[in-house]
Design a protein around this ligand. Structure first.
Ligand code: PLP
Length: 257
């Protein structure tokens, strides 16, 4: 019997299923791994924008990660929307207990524009979570805010200095031409760039898909470069077959029948 890698997804619930934990679980399933999950917050949203966030109490979250990790050892962890700075120390403890590769997608704002992180949460991510992170996957706006500088190269250097082992800055949020440029900054080696044909719509949950797919690759023992390469292809395919069940953004199709 072969074992199936287990990915722990830590994030928020998005009722549309486009982003958040449901996106993570679909991706992990689509990548032939098994998902376990911890809820940081519920959200009220539709496929156009996030309306409000309802964080999980810290003690309930702490008791749940302890109960879960006492039972099941994950092979990698993916973190998405945290929603409240009060959960940061609990998440850090969880990461330090599990001691497996960590992919952190720093969700700071919704695609529709609603802010999803205040300055205290940004500080908490920088100071407490980056030192535990194997791969950080900000978009350009998130890299600028977390790294506190305008240049992407400088922001990546700053984030690696703050403790992130490797940084993948995605470019879809600010792409204007025919292509989307994603750049991977591997700690200590030259960065690597990919250009992807830009797809025609606006998509909900692309970042969750990419980061979860990276976590699956790392769980299977791929290098960061291999995991990022494979995850981008999985994400592009999911977006290329997205559908629009509501009236807002397109939702990726991550599990093919
Ligand atoms: N809601 C939740 C729970 C999320 O995790 C995210 C992103 O990760 C969003 C909303 C925003 O998704 P998007 O940036 O694709 O609009």
């Amino acid at each position: 019997m072969t074992t199936i890698p287990v990915i722990l997804a830590i994030g928020g619930h998005d009722p549309t299923g486009g982003a958040g934990l449901q996106a993570d679980i679909e991706t992990i399933h689509g990548m032939r791994c098994r998902a376990i999950s911890l809820v940081t917050c519920l959200t009220r949203q539709d496929s156009s924008n996030v309306i409000s966030i309802h964080p999980q109490p810290t003690d309930a979250f702490t008791r749940q990660w302890q109960t879960l990790l006492n039972d099941i050892q994950p092979d990698a962890i993916k973190i998405g929307l945290i929603g409240s700075h009060g959960l940061v120390p609990a998440i850090r403890q969880c990461l330090q207990t599990a001691r497996v590769p960590v992919v952190l997608d720093p969700v700071l704002a919704a695609g529709g524009g609603t802010p999803l992180a205040n300055n205290e949460l940004v500080t908490g991510i920088n100071e407490q979570l980056l030192p535990e992170t194997s791969l950080l996957t900000p978009n350009r706006a998130e890299a600028r805010r977390l790294g506190n500088c305008k240049s992407m190269d400088q922001a990546a250097r700053q984030l690696i200095t703050a403790g992130a082992a490797n940084v993948l800055i995605t470019g879809a949020d600010e792409a204007t031409g025919e292509q989307v440029s994603n750049r991977l900054y591997l700690n200590g080696t030259p960065s690597r760039n990919w250009l992807w044909p830009r797809l025609p719509h606006s998509y909900h949950g692309s970042g969750c898909t990419l980061a979860s797919a990276c976590a699956c690759g790392l769980a299977r023992g791929l290098t960061v470069l291999q995991a990022v390469e494979e995850a981008q292809q999985f994400t592009w395919d999911s977006l290329n077959s997205a559908t629009r069940p509501g009236q807002g953004q397109y939702l990726p199709t991550r599990c093919k029948t």
